[in-house]
Design a protein around this ligand. Structure first.
Ligand code: PMP
Length: 287
């Protein structure tokens, strides 16, 4: 595998970062997880905007333009002959001193990995996945804004451990006000009387690119599509529940804390949205 690192493609074994990099020492940096379909980057501009917004919020100056980063992704896709795959784009603060100050790190490190994607099995799209509601709360915007896609994922990792301990695939994280925020690596939707509802950005979530796309698709399909705070009680009582993310696309949740949601199978609204999502990708008419 070839990895794009600080301006050039290198062999995987030579793709290394410094032990003094604040990305390693402190989780100080930002990243994107991006889908490749048919050899092309999906929602390229939205990912570039989110990456640069995340970096700006932590006062990290990315030493490339958005166009240069897009070209780096394209080079990496081509070098690894990726058709349907996944890109991990990372910007670390770069090597510095052992102190916290990010301003002693002169050279942010940028790298791009393009790889095959590990998909959930089709059975899970048909029958849905089991999840739990984690005890670990999502950090609120006045702690570490979940809108910043930072390299510091420990909050999510601790919740993910809860999910693994419970033998399920994902954990739903509540915010400090007790409302549903999101999962450890996906956004969450519920379906009520044929319309979709998802927590607002103010609930303290990552502004998911798939989430925004699915909200648009739902509206186009004439479904209700609203952003509202969701209590755990409302979640358990939903007709359907599904998760969205670049890797998962749209995947049904049919069990929460052992309680069956809806019929226990992927519901009609979830299936309709997944079909519309995949049909849109298949047109190839997107950027
Ligand atoms: N929330 C979190 C915490 C995530 O890590 C992700 C995946 N990047 C998402 C939601 C889904 O975002 P997207 O649709 O942009 O992949």
């Amino acid at each position: 595998m070839k990895v794009w690192l600080d301006g050039k493609l290198v062999d995987e074994k030579d793709a290394t970062v410094s032990v003094f990099d604040h990305g390693v020492l402190y989780g100080d940096g930002v990243f994107e997880g991006i889908r490749v379909y048919g050899g092309r980057v999906f929602k390229r501009d939205a990912h570039m905007d989110r990456l640069f917004d995340s970096a700006r919020q932590i006062r990290l100056a990315i030493p490339y333009t958005k166009q240069e980063i897009v070209e780096a992704m394209e080079e990496t896709i081509a070098a690894n002959a990726i058709i349907d795959g996944y890109i991990r784009l990372v910007v670390t603060r770069g090597p510095g001193t052992l102190g916290l100050s990010p301003f002693k790190c002169a050279n942010p490190c940028v790298y791009v990995i393009a790889d095959q994607i590990a998909l959930y099995p089709q059975e899970m799209y048909d029958n849905g996945m089991a999840v739990i509601v984690a005890k670990t709360l999502r950090t609120s915007a006045n702690m570490l804004d979940p809108g910043v896609k930072s390299l510091n994922y420990l909050n999510n990792i601790v919740a993910k451990i809860e999910a693994i301990d419970a033998g399920v695939g994902e954990a739903i994280m509540l915010n400090v006000d007790g409302y549903v925020a999101e999962c450890t690596g996906d956004n969450l939707f519920i379906v009520e009387t044929g319309g979709v509802v998802t927590p607002p950005l103010s609930a303290g979530i990552l502004p998911g690119i798939t989430r925004a796309f699915v909200l648009g698709l739902a509206a186009e399909l004439g479904m209700g599509a609203t952003e509202e705070n969701i209590t755990p009680e409302r979640l358990y009582a939903a007709d359907e529940c599904f998760l969205t993310g670049s890797a998962a696309e749209v995947i049904a949740v049919t069990k929460i804390d052992g309680a069956i949601i809806g019929t226990g199978k992927a519901g009609p609204v979830t299936q309709k949205l997944l079909a519309a999502f995949r049909a849109y990708i298949a047109t190839g008419k997107w950027s």
